[in-house]
Write a protein that binds this ligand. Structure first.
Ligand code: ADP
Ligand code: ZN
Length: 679
């Protein structure tokens, strides 16, 4: 096993790298300049944390978010790593400990907020502190064109030159221009080694639903995931509050979050969300950057996001720990109208508006997709994929029907009324409802009046919504709500092209089928394990995932380790966490505590552990000698541990074990050597 794998296993408790991690860790540890673009949840932190434990000197980590840094430092400390942060939130004691660790060379990771770089003395201090490499998290913050620009990030390039050490930069969002800017500003234009990892997040289940009693849809979705942390993204501030209230009445722990709230109030919500196990936050997109909770189990959109990029980023907050996560995005004709109007009435130049309509179209195309959503989503980001088996359309392929005739009828109603009316009135025309407005305008005399009588209003609403989604018709920005035909619709109108639409979108959607995190028989154990985790987390006032991520608990519930040795094989349990938390969780699983001697516990999960057990057996067999009549003797566990670790090959070497007297050596020695030879 390489040193790299050994640390991965021992400190982080992972048996394998995630895709891409290994090459990046190797490059960073090898002292190369690196720019890595990995999707959220891809496991970027490990790519600089692990190399920090491989070489000499400390790694300086620059990250824009204080809450995130503190969580990472706590997580590392819980795994036995000497890590510290210099942030404005520090207590004097914490800061002192960091300086001490730097001075005596024990500190491996130093987290720092970019503002700290502004102090002139910092370069010198860091140079003296023996910083061996720099890692920059959220590297896109150096880009002035991005929305997360941090002026202090511009100082990082200077610092790199001053310290003359390799730098690795990490980000989840970087288009070509941003990438070029990162190279220019952080690496002084000298191209770093670049790693670009795919955008797929296979553990996130994708689903869309047309709005049909949207409040009930959200409440049902949340009810099926009660007790699991989730986010409901809302289009307006008012809706965050009303939905949070409705969820509260339905018995959820829920609160609202939006940009109009006082900063302290927002911080309270962020803090609660990080720490509590099952809080639901109803939020506007303002709730984002500061959220670094890896175990968000679901994200719902109560309203359609702004673009496909926004959608990807928002659902991407779920399931960063790699465990299953659920999403649901609601959309309706009003959303489409609102988003179109926002673009049209915005201040952007015309070519930008065109691009924005394109991004919205991509999202609507995804919403109205007829095949696997992931294939379509990844195609937008330039990746090819095969049907994923983890989206609503893979679960249940939609029924489609030839809608060419229906679409032609709808287009004809639009054109015959001079593109001046919205869907409601057009549907009245098609279904032949002689309302006052219809009669007033003589629309009951139109040849299209009543041609769609064979289908009900719901059917026609779905046709219009899908036509908007396919960008066959668009609301006219000049005439409020009126629909206009686009170029894309012409071939259908002229009979040169045909079109299929979804039929199931027109029926009431069935109740949501929550996908459980574990099978039915493991569910009670999982919740008991979660309760244990909550108790431990609360006792140390850290977020639950600092103890163990969901994934680890799920694996525990499914595999039910019966001993600390078996426990050590669960992903996410390194040596320190095993020592600290293993017994408490084992007790939950086996119902009884495994009273393991501390000396033995130190060997848990290692081959020496099994050896220790066999030595113990041999000793028990001979406790009263071969014939069972001798005076009882036994070696202490310290002695057995020494033997298991050193594996003496002869009686002479064995005699050097601490606490082994001549009578003990005589009685157990040969048997011990046998055990060692077999093992
Ligand atoms: P991001 O790329 O978004 O910064 P993180 O570094 O926070 O992602 O990692 C996301 C989650 O993935 C964390 O919970 C982390 O513990 C987990 N993780 C990282 N690497 C591995 C791995 N090799 N095996 C299993 N889980 C991993
Ligand atoms: Zn799919």
């Amino acid at each position: 096993m390489t040193q790299m794998h050994e640390i991965l296993m021992r400190v982080f408790g992972f048996s394998d790298f995630r895709p891409g991690q290994e090459e990046i860790v190797q490059a960073v540890a090898g002292g190369e300049d690196v720019l890595a673009i990995m999707p959220t949840g891809g496991g970027k932190s490990l790519c600089y944390q692990l190399p920090a434990l491989m070489g000499g000197g400390a790694t300086l980590v620059i990250s824009p978010l204080i809450a995130l840094m503190r969580d990472q430092v706590r997580g590392l400390q819980a795994a036995g790593v000497a890590a510290g942060a210099l942030t404005s939130g520090n207590t004097g004691e914490e800061t002192d400990a960091v300086w001490r660790g730097l001075e005596d060379g024990s500190l491996r990771l130093l987290y720092m907020a970019p503002e700290r770089l502004a102090s002139g003395a910092m370069d010198r201090i860091l140079r003296e502190a023996g910083i061996a490499r720099i890692a920059v998290d959220e590297a896109h913050c150096v880009s002035q064109w991005g929305h997360d620009f941090r002026p202090d990030y511009l100082r990082i390039g200077e610092l790199r030159r001053a310290l003359d050490v390799p730098l690795s930069a990490f980000t989840a969002t970087a288009d070509e221009e941003t990438r070029a800017e990162i190279v220019e500003r952080l690496f002084g234009g000298a191209a770093p080694r670049q790693f670009l990892r795919g955008f797929d997040r296979p553990n996130i289940h994708l689903a869309f639903a047309a709005k049909d009693g949207p409040r009930r849809q959200i409440l049902d979705f949340a009810a099926a995931r009660r007790g699991q942390p989730g986010i409901v993204y809302c289009g307006t501030r008012a809706k965050t509050e009303s939905l949070a209230q409705a969820l509260g009445q339905a018995g959820h722990a829920a609160c609202a979050y939006h940009g109009g709230m006082e900063a302290d109030q927002r911080r309270v919500v962020e803090g609660r969300f990080a720490r509590e196990d099952g809080l639901v936050v109803c939020a506007t997109v303002a709730f984002g950057m500061g959220v670094d909770k890896p175990d968000i189990r679901w994200v719902a959109h109560a309203d359609l996001p702004k673009s496909i990029e926004g959608y990807y980023q928002e659902i991407g907050r779920a399931g960063r720990d790699g465990a299953p996560a659920d999403t649901l995005t609601l959309f309706g004709p009003d959303d489409i109208r609102l988003r179109r109007t926002q673009i049209d009435e915005g201040l952007a130049p015309p070519e930008r508006k065109g691009a924005d309509h394109g991004r919205l179209n991509a999202l609507l195309g995804l919403a109205e997709a007829l095949g696997c959503r992931r294939v379509q989503l990844l195609a937008y980001f330039g990746e090819e994929a095969t049907p994923c088996g983890n989206c609503d359309l893979c679960d249940k392929p939609p029924e489609t029907f030839d809608a060419t005739e229906a679409v032609r009828m709808a287009l004809s109603a639009i054109l015959r009324t001079d593109e001046r009316f919205g869907a409601g009135h057009l549907i009245d025309i098609l279904t032949g409802s002689a309302t006052a407005k219809i009669k007033e305008r003589n629309h009951d005399k139109l040849p299209t009046f009543g041609v769609g009588k064979g289908q009900d209003k719901r059917h026609w609403q779905a046709v219009f919504r899908q036509m908007m989604g396919r960008d066959l018709v668009r609301p006219d920005p000049e005439r409020h709500g009126a629909l206009r035909m686009t170029h894309a619709a012409r071939p259908i109108l002229r009979g040169e092209d045909r079109i299929d639409l979804r039929r199931d979108a027109m029926r009431r959607p069935e109740g949501p089928t929550p996908r459980a995190m574990v099978g039915e028989e493991d569910a009670p154990l999982l919740s008991a394990l979660k309760a244990q985790r909550r108790a431990l987390a609360e006792a140390q006032s850290v977020p639950a995932y600092v103890v163990f991520p969901d994934r680890t608990l799920i694996e525990m519930a499914e595999r039910r380790p019966q001993s600390l040795d078996e426990m050590a094989r669960i992903s996410g349990i390194g040596a320190v966490k095993l020592e600290r938390f293993g017994a408490a969780f084992l007790k939950v699983i086996t119902g009884a505590g495994e009273e393991m001697h501390p000396a033995r516990r130190k060997l848990a999960g290692k081959p020496q552990g099994a050896l220790y057990d066999r030595l113990m057996e041999a000793q028990a067999r001979l406790a009263r000698g071969e014939d069972g009549t001798g005076k009882p003797l036994s070696c202490g566990s310290g002695t057995l541990r020494w033997i298991a670790e050193r594996r003496p090959a002869s009686l002479e070497e064995l005699a050097r074990a601490p606490g082994i007297s001549t009578p003990k050596l005589d009685r157990f020695g040969p048997a011990f050597l046998d055990v060692l030879q077999d093992g």
